[in-house]
Design a protein around this ligand. Sequence first.
Ligand SMILES: [Fe+2]
Length: 133
Amino acid sequence: MGNPLLDSDHRILFDLLIQLFDATDTGQSRDVIGSVLSALSEYTEHHFRREEAMLAATGFPEIEPHKAEHRRLEGQVRDIVSRYQAGERGALDEQVVELLKKWLTQHIQVTDKSYRPWVERVVDGGVNPPSVA
Ligand SMILES: [Fe+2]
């Protein structure tokens, strides 16, 4: 993305997804899988807040639909976590994991690219550089 903080967020999200696949593939305990899932859910929300703060700071015109997509994605992750915690069989079946992976990777690789030219122009144009700390 060109923003070091957001890039490292994305790497952490991918790492958490990989940990989740590993944990389910290798048949880890509910505690282990549950804690990876919670970390993924919390980090997703943390990252989205940070990205939204940056988009707001740069006055990105399409921020509302972008935020709406974040809320949808967060809701979906939270739903999977609560189904898993409630002991629902199949809460983490392959299709759900695939969906989660698609959502997160598609959002980061496609949707997030849509704001990049805007953010770069604002930063290059010498308008207050966005702060995402
Ligand atoms: Fe985003």
